[in-house]
Ligand binder design. Structure first.
Ligand code: PMP
Length: 455
């Protein structure tokens, strides 16, 4: 097996052809972005290293943005950028969509936050619960990380068990209990079949018997582990579209096995659909035909505002109803905020099955065109629905170990060259389309990408 992870000499030549140009690609970027360079200098005086959001960190520095409209951003240097990441997939209608702007303007004038419920949060929750069969009850949070945190609290309360099973290479936000083995160095991570939990961040003192890490997409290992340890397992937490492993759908059999084991041992199956909810009208669960007990949501349901939610089985979530002894508590000054709720409602109302089909077709188009160009090269094109990713490896991607064989320097260099050419993706070449993306933009992106990769 080990040899499968070793890049061949010719692959290294291919990656080296671009990474050997990294200095000139950086120089070109710097020449285009003097105003951003000045702002990052200011930012370094107040934000550690210049950043207050990890995802934006990139070398030599991010481009600061002034405005966004549709699929176009304008940066502080006056450059127009085609957005192919839409605030980490959270803007399926693009920037400043007129319906959302109108709804938010109205609500801002009517007041932005109250020590009282409003009908707006109710309407958004009714839409979501009406759309997805597994959503019997719902609680709003302010981020996907909070949604995961509170989902796991509900899951632990459900059977009074401590352990959350998560999978190697999966990212679920910044909560401590899920910050294990997100992107571990392989030399610290144990064997592929029995990964060792590796902290993703400084400040974690141990899993404290609260977390177990298993290989992604391996139903046999999951079954073995759960059969042995089920008495202490509260939840199996899984992303039904693994974003850090290439934005790919897991094997259906893997999730079906998780569902069976959860049924057999009264474990809560928790889906992280913070991104995955974007892949279809009923989310990834609808696409795969597998219902979780709880779902963590975020991103698109807030229409561009800070949001999260946990939705799922009434008997689990009703543990937070008032008046219960030993209830699950869940506070939050901005939970169900009315500005977020009207923006989310406008967005989710516009996202009809037809719009999902259109965005999915654009995703198919960009993946197919990328594959046609990159087919013979040591690059993988993966993705689902509106999401796509290019990974610099010759290895077909099925789990974290495959994805971890990527040449990250190649990806970051290509991404920076794309940013200079006017296209914003993540430094590891994850991208997405939205309803405002055009084929013409994608064709320009594909031309630019081809030129960067093949020259
Ligand atoms: N889960 C997944 C799968 C995510 O991609 C993210 C954010 N990218 C989160 C959870 C956390 O969401 P937030 O950033 O809103 O806290």
């Amino acid at each position: 097996m080990a040899s499968a992870f070793l890049a061949r000499a010719s692959d290294n030549d291919f990656y080296g052809a671009l990474t050997s140009r990294a200095a000139s690609i950086e120089a070109q970027y710097r020449a285009l972005t003097a105003a951003s360079a000045a702002l990052i200098e200011r930012a370094r005086q107040v934000f550690p290293g210049g950043y207050t959001r990890d995802a934006l960190m990139r070398a030599p520095y991010a481009s600061f943005v002034v405005s966004g409209s549709g699929s176009t951003l304008v940066d502080v240097d006056g450059r127009r950028l085609t957005d192919l990441w839409f605030n980490a997939t959270s803007l399926p209608l693009g920037h400043a969509h007129p319906d959302i702007v109108a709804a938010v303007r109205q609500q801002v004038g009517d007041g932005t936050a109250f020590y009282a419920p409003t009908e707006h949060e109710l309407a958004l929750a009714e839409l979501l619960c009406g759309r997805v069969p597994s959503f019997e009850r719902l609680r709003f949070t302010n981020s996907g990380s909070e949604a995961i945190m509170i989902a796991l609290r509900f899951a632990r309360a459900y059977r009074d068990r401590p352990i959350v099973v998560k999978f190697e290479g999966s990212y679920h936000g910044s909560y401590d209990d899920v910050s294990w083995s997100v992107a571990p160095q392989l030399q610290r991570a144990g064997s592929a079949g029995q990964p060792i939990p590796v902290p993703e961040t400084a400040g974690l003192t141990g899993t404290d018997g609260r977390v177990a890490v298993l290989p992604f997409n391996d139903p046999t290992r999951l079954r073995e582990h759960v059969r042995l340890h089920h008495a202490s397992i509260a939840a199996i937490l899984v992303e039904p579209m693994a974003n850090r492993i290439g934005l790919l759908l897991p094997d259906r059999e893997f999730l079906a096995e998780a569902r069976r084991l959860c049924d057999e041992y009264a474990i809560a199956l928790v889906f992280d659909e913070v991104i995955a909810f974007r892949v279809g009208y009923h989310g990834a669960q609808g696409l795969l035909g597998i219902s979780p007990d709880l779902t963590a949501l975020g991103k698109i349901i807030g229409g561009g505002f800070a949001v999260g939610a946990v939705a799922g089985r009434a008997d689990i979530l009703d543990r937070s109803a008032p008046g219960l002894a030993n209830r699950v508590t869940h506070a939050g000054t901005f939970n169900g905020n009315p500005v977020t709720a009207v923006a989310g409602l406008a967005t989710m109302t516009a996202l009809t099955p037809e719009v999902f089909a259109e965005i999915g077709a654009l995703g198919d188009y960009v993946r197919a065109r990328l594959r046609a160009v990159l087919d013979s090269l040591p690059l993988q094109v993966t993705g689902t629905g509106s999401l796509f990713k290019v990974t610099a490896t010759a290895q077909t991607i099925h789990n974290y170990r495959d994805a971890a064989s990527a040449d990250k320097a190649w990806e970051a260099t290509a991404s920076l060259a794309l940013l200079s050419a006017g296209f914003l993706l993540t430094p590891n070449l994850a991208g997405c389309v939205s309803a405002v993306t055009t084929r013409e933009e994608l064709d320009r992106f594909l031309d630019a990408f081809q030129q960067i990769v093949l020259t």
